[in-house]
Design a protein around this ligand. Structure first.
Ligand SMILES: *Cc1c(COP(=O)(O)O)cnc(C)c1O
Length: 404
């Protein structure tokens, strides 16, 4: 039944709503390759990926020891312009470690946006913390620092260098901004608010590898930051993540804690803390080394695609393309459009997907998920409005290449 109705819709384009019809036309104009449009963000392996992975298989160094992990960490630190990068099993684990390393302890609250991927909130929970949700900035789509400041003035109690939530009684341990879809948050004003309240910044840069804020890499601003190399990110290791920091002691601890806190010794198994087995396997790091070699090219292609989408949507009265924020250079991980009306999203999504174009709404807001329904929060009106009106359209490198 479902199949039949899908085919019918595709065959009779005038059954589509005007909004869906104009998005379908615009996307096909930008990318005539129908096959490429079936995925939101597909990985591309056409550099030295197979060579490096084969090298791991040939030498037997596929797992927890091998030179690609060191090389990947060095390459990442160079790209991000940070002191230290530590490769781990995924982005959620990287975030959990980052939060623990800035001192998040059981029962502490961590400020974060409600509009983000669930991994951000889960990392807070895994670190023993409680997410505290703040509204989104309609321009950057990330945490709104003005809302954060007003909210903290309302709920925060200062006691020396410690901040408590006077409503819940819990300590507020840090701020976790997310660079949504690759667009950097307003880091200058966020840094001002965080230093006013003496709260450390942990950047969730999972989607923002290759993005710049005032010419500096996203992921190099916080005390510590996390990246993800999941299969749908701009660069992938299959699964993977990294902790980034300019603090050598935090970097050393990140490495130690994610490698079972083993003390270096030729044969002894001595461990001085309860550690984690979060180390990225060598075979995944090998894939990552090859992918990183292509990052500049991927960013350039994706920015070219964003420009074409922006130009094409510029003529649509009811659809606006979400541009990179002023002063930032976005990697445009996922291209985003905003509809003028809030009640047509479901119909539009159904119709565009039925036409064979991968289109997704933003994530269900964190405070709408059952496990986070009772979490503390600010007013969340902007995030609610965005969630009702934005959608992501095909954004991968293959899409970017078609139609050039
Ligand atoms: C992908 C992603 C993560 C988690 O990364 P995984 O590698 O999937 O664990 C966290 N936060 C954001 C915003 C992400 O997009």
């Amino acid at each position: 039944m479902l199949r039949a109705s899908v085919i019918e819709k595709e065959a009779i384009p005038n059954m589509q709503s005007e909004l869906a019809g104009s998005i379908i036309a615009a996307v096909r104009q930008v990318c005539p390759d129908r096959d490429a449009l079936r995925a939101l963000h597909e990985p591309v392996f056409e550099g030295r990926e197979a060579e490096y992975v084969q090298d791991c298989v040939r030498t037997g160094w596929v797992s927890s020891v091998g030179s690609y992990v060191d090389r990947f960490e060095e390459d990442l630190a160079a790209v991000l312009k940070v002191e230290r990068a530590v490769a781990v099993v995924n982005g959620t684990a990287a975030l959990e470690m980052a939060l623990r390393l800035v001192g998040v302890r059981r029962g502490d609250e961590v400020i974060m946006p409600t509009l983000t991927f669930v991994g951000t909130a889960n990392a807070v929970t895994h670190a023993g913390g409680v997410p505290h949700f703040i509204d989104s900035d309609p321009v950057t789509l990330g945490l709104d620092s003005a809302v954060l400041r007003n909210h903290l003035l309302e709920v925060a109690d200062r006691d020396g260098a410690t901040v408590h939530n006077r409503i819940t009684g819990r300590r507020i341990a840090g701020v976790l901004p997310v660079h949504i879809y690759g667009h950097p948050v307003d880091l200058d004003s966020l840094a001002r608010v965080c230093s006013e309240f003496e709260l450390p910044i942990v950047e969730d840069a999972a989607e923002a590898l290759g993005s710049l804020y005032n010419g500096k890499p996203a992921g190099s601003f916080g005390r510590i930051a996390a990246l993800s190399f999941n299969g749908n990110k701009i660069v992938t290791t299959g699964g993977g993540g990294a902790v980034l920091t300019n603090d050598p002691e935090l970097g050393r601890l990140a490495k130690h804690l994610t490698t079972t806190a083993k003390q270096a010794h030729a044969w002894r198994f001595d461990h001085d803390m309860v550690g984690w087995n979060y180390r990225l396997p060598n075979i995944n790091a090998a894939l990552g080394c090859a992918q990183l070699e292509r990052l500049d090219e991927f960013v350039a292609l994706k920015r070219g695609l964003a420009k074409r989408y922006a130009d094409t949507f510029a003529g649509s009265p009811r659809i606006s393309f979400v541009h990179e924020p002023h002063g930032s250079m976005s990697n445009y991980w996922l291209n985003t459009v905003r509809l003028d009306s809030a009640d047509e999203l479901d119909t539009v999504l159904a119709e565009i997907n039925a036409a064979g174009i991968a289109t997704r709404p933003t994530w269900t807001l964190m405070h709408r998920l059952p496990m986070y329904a009772d979490a503390p929060r600010s007013e969340l009106a902007v995030a609610e409005d965005l969630a009702a009106r934005i959608l992501n359209i095909p954004s991968g490198v293959k899409v970017a290449r078609a139609g050039v």
